[in-house]
Design a protein around this ligand. Structure first.
Ligand SMILES: [Zn+2]
Length: 235
């Protein structure tokens, strides 16, 4: 049987039989695949840590009937995420997003996910900012870029901003439809900052709590509109 080596991140999994687990793996080379990990639920199992969500490493897969993991070299299992419930749930929300869109090999998304997890785990970033950034970048990645300074219909300068979910874009008061909501200037500016800054700058970002709520709602709802998958399970 042929075996391949691939960099991968564990998205989740299901327990099967007495000690096995079917693991949902997001790989750099093959995109999202389901792999079988045998005997990994035993206390002394060698690959015990590698079956957990968030685990990033180099997986050796034997390809026959399905993929069987024979070896894993863990690079980082982001263990600290399990010590902070807020961060853990935020991380799970990010993994869920990847599950809802990942198919074939998507190296850009893989790198983005890794950056998001690293930032969430090791940087002191305010709650949901990493999730916001990931949502925004994912929206762009899927081809639904909307961060512009002008009305998407008439190109007027936006002094008063509306976001139109039907269009997935900013519009002016004159062009808004019934699917538009009014956006505060603070949220409009904050989305631009979030768009332009890298993950490494997120820890220096602060918004008012009203603005945080506005942004999270807009970014999640917009992606829901675009891809038809429910995202906003978190408050
Ligand atoms: Zn307009």
């Amino acid at each position: 049987m042929a075996s391949i080596k691939t960099k991968a991140i564990v998205l989740g999994g299901t327990n099967v039989k007495e000690k096995d687990r079917l693991v949902d793996l997001f790989t750099l080379e093959k995109g999202r695949i389901c792999v079988s990990m045998r005997g990994v639920r035993g206390d002394k199992a060698k690959l015990k840590m590698a079956k957990e969500p968030f685990c990033f490493g180099e997986f050796v897969l034997e390809e026959g009937k399905g993929h069987v993991v024979t070896q894993v070299e863990i690079v980082d299992n982001f263990y600290d995420l399990t010590k902070d419930l807020d961060k853990y749930y935020e991380g799970c929300a990010i993994l869920d997003l990847v599950k809802s869109i990942a198919g074939q090999s998507e190296p850009k998304l893989f790198i983005e996910l890794l950056q998001a997890l690293k930032t969430l785990c090791y940087e002191n970033v305010k709650k949901y900012y990493v999730f916001d950034k990931f949502l925004l970048d994912l929206t762009e990645f899927l081809g639904f870029s909307f961060c512009q300074n002008k009305c998407s219909c008439c190109e007027a300068t936006l002094n008063m901003v509306y976001f139109d979910f039907g269009k997935g874009a900013y519009v002016c008061p004159g062009c808004k439809s019934e699917t538009a909501i009014k956006l505060s200037q603070e949220a409009f500016k904050a989305i631009k900052i979030l768009h332009d800054c890298g993950y490494e700058k997120l820890s220096s970002l602060t918004m008012t709590s009203g603005c945080e709520k506005e942004i999270l709602k807009l970014l999640a709802l917009n992606l829901e509109w675009r891809i038809g998958v429910k995202i906003l399970k978190i408050n």
